[in-house]
Design a protein around this ligand. Sequence first.
Ligand code: FAD
Length: 333
Amino acid sequence: MRVAVIGAGIAGLAAGALLSQAGLAPVIFEKGRGPGGRTSSKRTDHGSIDLGAQYFTAQDSVFKDQVADWINAEVAAEWAITPMVLPERQPARAQRRFVSSPKMSSIARYLAKDLDVRTEVHVAEIVRELTGWVVRDRMGQPVGDFDYLLITAPAPQAQSLLAEPSPALAAQAANVRMNPCWSLGLVLGSPTGAKFDAGFPSTGPLGWIARSGSRPGREAVPEVWILHATAQWSQTHIEASPDSVTSALVDAFRALHPGPLEIADTIAHRWRFARAASPLAEPQGYLEGDSGLLCAGDWVTDGRVEGAWHSGRAAALRLIDLARGQLPPGEAE
Ligand SMILES: Cc1cc2nc3c(=O)[nH]c(=O)nc-3n(C[C@H](O)[C@H](O)[C@H](O)COP(=O)(O)OP(=O)(O)OC[C@H]3O[C@@H](n4cnc5c(N)ncnc54)[C@H](O)[C@@H]3O)c2cc1C
C-alpha cells in the first residue's frame, strides 16, 4: 500500500511514525526546509529562536506517556515556570508545561529521523486517477502516486488542496477559522534584569512574552525575549511591514518592563495560520473522504500540539486498519 502524508508538523510526523512502525513506509511531503511546522525554530546569528509554539501541555495519559518517552530521549523537558499575568504580576494558571529541547523543533526532528521526509516539496495539486492519488508540486510535476493520502496542512491550506477532489472535506476545513500571530524575537545586548521569565499581558498588542533562556536547553546569553502579539492585533496588522510590527511590539514590551533596553537584533515572523480559533473537535480525531483521502491536524481536534499528535495518530491507525483489512480505497467501511 502506497501512503503519502502532506505536512511534516507534529500531526504528519506522529502519523508517519505509526505508519512506519506498521511497515507502511509513508512518504512525507513538506514545503518547508525542515520538519516541525508550527513547532519549528528559526536559525539566527544568535542561535535558534522559537518563534512558534512556546510550550505544550499533556492532559491525556497516552500523550503523557509519549512526553515521558521524549524526555527520556532528551528531546523534551519540563519547563518549570509560573508565567505572570502582566502588568499585575499575578501568577497565571498553574499547570505542567513542556518544551522540546534544546529547541522547539527537536521533537519533530527526532520523529522525522527514520522517516522518508521530502522537504521543500510544496504540494499544489492532488488528483484521483486510475492509478491512485497523483500528487503534483507547484511546477505541475508529479511527485508520486499513492493509494492513500493524509493531508495535515493547516485548515485553509488543506481547504485549497481539497477543493477539487473533495468538496465535502473542503467544506469542513472551511468551517475552521485560524488566527494569525505576529511573533518577534528580541535579542538584547545586556540583561533586562526582569523579575519574571514569562507572562500573559492582559492589555495592549502583546498576548505572550517569554525569556528564551529560562527554558531548558537554551542559552541564557544573549538574553532573548519572544513576544507574541494577540490574535486580534495580529489580524488588524496582518499586512503591516515587519519594521512597523517590530516597533509596536518593542514599545509594548517597554511598557511592561520600563527601563533601559539595549536591542542588539530583532527577528519578526508572521504566522498567517497560528492557532485554530474554532477547531472541529472531531471525536475520531481525523476526517475521512472518498477514495482513501484523510485529513488530520490540530484544527481537526483542539488546536494544540497535543491535539495535533492525537489527530495524526488517529488517522494513521485508520490507515493501518484499512491496510490490514486490505480494503481498497472507496470501500472504507
Ligand atoms: C505562534 C504560535 C504559538 C503557539 N503556541 C502554542 C502553545 O503554547 N501550546 C500548544 O499546544 N500549541 C501552540 N501552538 C499551536 C501548535 O504549534 C500547533 O497546534 C501544532 O504545532 C500543529 O501541528 P500540525 O502538525 O497540526 O500542523 P503544522 O505544524 O502547521 O504542520 C503542517 C505542515 O504542513 C506543511 N504544509 C502545508 N501545506 C503544504 C503543502 N501544500 N505541501 C507540503 N507541505 C505543506 C507546513 O509547512 C507544515 O510544516 C502555537 C502555534 C503558533 C504558530
